[in-house]
Design a protein around this ligand. Structure first.
Ligand SMILES: [Zn+2]
Length: 310
């Protein structure tokens, strides 16, 4: 079975200004690295698909979506102090959300087994009615909602971005149909993700936070995966695994404070791939979140993608 990839030049038009770490250069660096290694042509390319307003509304409220649209029409503005938008940002964000829906449809039609979505803007901090932390629409949460609508009953989201995926956690905090697991630097932006945040009501026990102190290494992450994350996933038996794949826990990252090597992203992908073969028929979709050292990002996305090729 095949692994798909999605990358598009429209993502380069989400302009965050001169001094922002979440730049179009990030995707250009990945693209160039993939070309050099002749990687792209080993994947199925997903067609372009924009999320409709009704699909974005699976997670976000109408007034917020309209607000983002209006701000972009004006040409520029800020969703919060860290989150600027430009003229084409809303279209880029609709495409970032839409390719997740396309990947789910193609998985259901058995055209592909896995997908890697190299999108920007990222999504995991974005809340129902508020963008924050470089994120406009919550791409992975929208995809999970869409997959539930299409009949999946148990979905696991694994978020290994160095920052806690607060938006995604919020969305699924009170339900058991989506298991949310986040491993992140703590304490750190955005402040959430403490070990005692474990879900509420029906969702009690279906949120797992694995906070890691600054300076954590590959060995620390491996231990956390083996002792906490993998057992939780095995017990849950997800039918679909979604990854919030940020690469800002890399030791070269200028924003994160962790010490992971590129090889750790290979290791984590391998573990999840093996697990997905056992319980979710190999079905796995990764969404690019953060990662701000261009060389580390390009190299880490490449090893992640090579494992996903299987
Ligand atoms: Zn991040």
């Amino acid at each position: 079975m095949k692994t798909a990839i999605f990358i598009d030049d429209l993502f380069l038009k989400h302009d965050t200004g001169s001094y922002h770490p979440e730049t179009p250069e990030r995707l250009k660096a990945i693209q160039e690295y993939f070309e050099k290694k002749n990687l792209l042509n080993q994947f199925v390319l997903l067609p372009k698909r924009f999320a409709k307003k009704s699909e974005i509304e699976l997670v976000h409220n109408g007034p917020y979506i309209d607000f983002v649209e209006q701000l972009c029409k004006k040409g520029s503005g800020y969703l919060d102090g860290d989150t600027p938008v430009s003229k084409d940002s809303c279209e880029a964000a609709k495409l970032a959300a839409g390719c997740g829906l396309e990947a789910i449809d193609q998985i259901l039609e058995q055209k592909i087994e896995r997908a890697i979505l190299l999108v920007r803007p990222p999504g995991h901090h974005s809340l129902k009615g508020r963008g924050m932390g470089f994120c406009l629409f919550n791409n992975i949460a929208i995809a999970a909602r869409y997959a539930l609508q299409k009949g999946f009953k148990k979905i696991a989201i694994v978020d290994w971005d160095v920052h806690h995926g607060n938006g995604t956690q919020d969305e699924f905090y009170r339900e058991k149909e989506v298991l949310f697991i986040s491993i992140h630097q703590f304490p750190f932006y955005p402040g959430t993700g403490a070990i005692d945040e474990i879900g509420e009501g029906e969702g009690l026990g279906y949120t797992l936070n694995v906070p890691m102190p600054r300076g954590s290494t590959d060995a620390d992450y491996k231990k956390a995966f083996e002792n906490r994350i993998l057992p939780k996933l095995i017990e849950y038996e997800p039918e679909l695994i979604l990854i919030s794949a940020g690469f800002d826990a890399h030791k070269l990252d200028p924003l994160g404070g962790q010490e992971l090597t590129t090889g750790m992203f290979e290791w984590m992908t391998e573990k999840l791939l093996n697990l997905s073969k056992d319980c979710s028929k190999g079905r796995m979709i990764s969404f690019l979140e953060g990662g701000y050292s261009l060389p580390a990002l390009a190299e880490s996305v490449a090893v992640h993608s090579e494992v996903m090729l299987d």
